[in-house]
Write a protein that binds this ligand. Sequence first.
Ligand SMILES: Nc1ncnc2c1ncn2[C@@H]1O[C@H](COP(=O)(O)OP(=O)(O)O)[C@@H](O)[C@H]1O
Ligand SMILES: [Mg+2]
Length: 374
Amino acid sequence: MRPPPTPLKTGETSGSPEGERKMRGSGRTGTCGLTADCSPRSSVSNSLDQQELADNYSILRQLGSGTYGRVVLARCHRTGVEVALKVLPKASTKLKDFLREFNLSYYLSPHSAIINTYDVAFETLTSYVFAQEQAPLGDLFEAITPQSGLTESAAKAALAQVASALEFMHSKGLVHRDVKPENILVFDDACERVKLMDFGMTKKTGTMVRKVSTGIPYTPPEVCSALKGEQYAVDTAADVWGFAVLIFCALTGNFPWELAHQSDTFYGEFSAWQRRKALRMPSQWKMFTSRLMRLFRRMLEPRPERRCSIKELCKYTDDAWLLPRKDSPSTEDTPPRRVDPHDDLDSLLRKHGIETEVSPHWRERRISEWILAM
Ligand SMILES: Nc1ncnc2c1ncn2[C@@H]1O[C@H](COP(=O)(O)OP(=O)(O)O)[C@@H](O)[C@H]1O
Ligand SMILES: [Mg+2]
């Protein structure tokens, strides 16, 4: 089997799909349908107090940094409470854009799979700052073992919550536009509590934006193929695409491609299989069950108007996603080997690595996968 195309390296951070931000201004979540039982907060602020960080907070350590800001763990002098402060330099951030991100984060906070943003925002001489709850285990990127991924159960738990958060956003007419593991925070080892964050790229559905940069592995093909400077309308379908790439990354610890563009060999191979122009599924997808491949087909539909909605995930969470690994068969899955020293043909074939018997369990599984894939 060919090595996976693009390893996710620990510590590597992908840039955002668009360079437009360079001046940019609890408990376990159920799988879907959380939109009904939580309402967003109203937005809070249009102006900021001037403060000095050191007057009000002790900075304990840096929690992370992204393309646009850094996040530090800080203890509030007055309350003793530890918070995560997102610090955005004024030199590269417009006040209007800072307030947008802060107000959106605060507005979306009531959802249990969205980071809780506090009603605390201020400016220092050099930066704009707002406060959020701290995630003890950092982001999902750090949790994914490179070239191996999460366990299937941890991946499913995390992805169901992220889907629920996106469904909530989409129901409010908002598109996240930067779905990737670096923007998902982890609260426990089993990923039973994860939260979506970083609403710096979030826009209302239908907003016209200009393409500024080439893109990252999560960028949908309709954006990858747009020319630099070209305008396009923001659509929830972009989050669905990014989410499908996230599924791949979470289960494998690799990217499926560098860019969803025909110039990328790995994307080209997938797209040929997707359009049924090639019968052979590219090797890096062969570890997935046909049920999961069916979901991939729907979420990675190149035409955004035909792409399924994020809710589609709900139909697949009870299915197996990974095929059993060849090197670790369980007793139940092991095909019975017939040992018959008199069967010359059988032993000859076996000597050359050709299995002559298929267990009924395996045969039934293949047949049902084949039927489900139709
Ligand atoms: N509340 C938090 N708790 C723990 N780590 C955080 C928190 N917020 C952000 N981080 C870390 O900081 C990184 C950058 O934060 P983010 O808000 O995504 O900045 P940017 O907008 O620059 O991408 C995240 O990828 C994550 O590793
Ligand atoms: Mg980020």
